[in-house]
Design a protein around this ligand. Structure first.
Ligand code: HEC
Length: 426
């Protein structure tokens, strides 16, 4: 996404996230008071916020914005919270480092100038301005609630499942065979969008269609890339439920996923290999604020890396993917310094990243098991690998394609085990 760069003095003053408080009251920016909602702020909200902050806005794995910013009346009461949220880069949600600006699809980042405009607007009294300055309202097409557009098929869990009152955190598996009606022939997947069937859904993995975790956007394969869904394919709903437990907390769940295919007869150039890279033999000491573990993957052939999705639980705080090339050089491929459990993001390269055979990838994750971590359910225990949310995980999901492979020879998506990983398949 291309961004305007503002050159105002206030941009320099207030740009740094931490400088926000220092700038409050120091509205010395030229024309600081002339910043208005209609002229300056609405365009920023349209471009960066309204995808979620509008009626019927995006539902990213259960993360739904609780308020709309489509009009001045809706936005004005939130002005101060907005200034705070953008200054601390809590909003828009995007946990990757600024060094990756322009590298990943769907990036959600404000420029320093945009943050400065919002801050001086709030300092100047959050004024409406001249209605005729407002840009035309955005048109959000009605796609029946599907971000990916009307799906070709909807796969639904075979039966509704009652998530019992006493269930706090558990994983359930529901196998099913795709019916002939649903899948009369093999098809190549273009996009998928999960619809959790209840608030108790914490994450879903449905191989080979995909999965969803809190904050995760629907998946759309770039043109030419795909995974195959076969006629009569057996799939397993891997459902992780998480809720308060106690009388009356039980809910029915029957989650579903909408799938869009490439046109019939289409053959993709690239079939994706998905690697759930991650260590499982760690023990995070009680109270440790900075415990790390790592895992390695070696690319057997020249490869094009498509995407990465780090996954940790409440104690996760930072993740890195680093490349070690055969010629001895090194590169930081993805740094997520603000890992947040609620905003799990798939980082998809705009240009797939080419790596030569023999390149090694190191995944490192850091946890904060101290009492200072506001999400920490219990800093007094040693935490080991486990699927439940109060246990921990470090997965660096990785999807790539081998450059010289013929897609037609493959039966679909393949999952390869990482060197350090021995998880029993779901
Ligand atoms: C990808 C969806 C998404 C985008 C884009 C987004 N938000 Fe949010 N926003 C949310 C959700 C969901 C919440 C509620 C959960 C939370 O607070 O994390 C939220 C909460 C907030 C809050 C309340 C925070 C608080 O202090 O409680 C503010 C303010 C906010 N957003 C402002 C913005 C602004 C301004 C933008 C654009 C610059 C933006 N958001 C972009 C989804 C989004």
């Amino acid at each position: 996404m291309m961004k305007r760069q503002s050159t105002s003095i206030s941009a320099m003053c207030c740009g740094a996230a931490i400088a926000f408080m220092a700038c409050v009251g120091a509205a010395a920016a030229p024309g600081g008071g002339s910043v208005t909602f209609t002229k300056d702020i609405l365009p920023i909200l349209q471009e960066n916020c309204m995808v979620c902050h509008r009626p019927g806005g995006a539902n990213l794995g259960g993360m739904i914005a609780p308020m709309s910013f489509t009009t001045y009346a809706q936005t004005r009461p939130w002005a101060k919270a907005i200034a705070r949220a953008v200054s601390t880069r809590r909003m828009p949600p995007w946990a990757a480092s600024e060094i990756h600006a322009g590298v990943f699809m769907g990036e959600r980042v404000l420029t320093e100038g945009e943050i400065a405009s919002i801050v001086s607007w709030v300092e100047g009294g959050a004024r409406r301005g001249n209605p005729s300055d407002a840009p035309p309202p955005l048109d959000f097409p009605d796609t029946g609630g599907w971000t990916i557009g009307e799906p070709d098929i909807v796969i639904t869990m075979p039966e509704p499942f009652f998530v019992p009152d006493d269930l706090l955190d558990d994983t359930k598996y529901f196998p099913m065979v795709l019916s002939e009606e649903l899948m009369p022939e093999d098809r190549w997947i273009k996009a998928s969008e999960f619809r959790p069937g209840s608030v108790a859904v914490h994450h879903i993995i449905l191989s080979p269609v995909g999965g969803i975790a809190p904050g995760n956007a629907p998946s759309v394969y770039r043109d030419g890339y795909s995974a195959k869904l076969r006629k009569g394919q057996k799939v397993i709903w891997n459902m992780h439920y998480h809720k308060e437990s106690g009388p009356g907390t039980g809910v029915w769940d029957q989650s579903s996923v909408g799938v869009k295919f490439y046109p019939k007869g289409y053959t993709p150039e690239h079939v994706l290999t998905v690697v759930p890279l991650g260590p499982m033999d760690f023990a995070i000491p009680a109270g440790d604020p900075n415990y790390s573990a790592e895992a390695w993957h070696t690319f057997p052939k020249d490869a094009l890396i498509n995407s990465m999705m780090p996954h940790m639980h409440y104690r996760g705080k930072e993740v890195k993917y680093e490349l070690f090339y055969p010629d001895g050089t090194q590169e930081l491929m993805l740094s997520v310094p603000r890992y947040n459990f609620n905003w799990q993001t798939s980082y998809r390269f705009i240009e797939p990243k080419a790596v030569p055979a023999g390149t090694r990838l190191r995944l490192t994750g850091w946890w904060d098991n101290s009492a200072d971590n506001p999400y920490n359910p219990d800093p007094s225990v040693t935490v080991t690998w486990g699927e439940a949310t109060h246990e921990e995980m470090l997965f660096g999901w990785l999807s790539y394609t081998n450059v010289d492979e013929d897609a037609t020879a493959n039966s679909g998506i393949r999952r390869r085990r990482s060197e350090s990983e021995s998880e029993s398949d779901e």
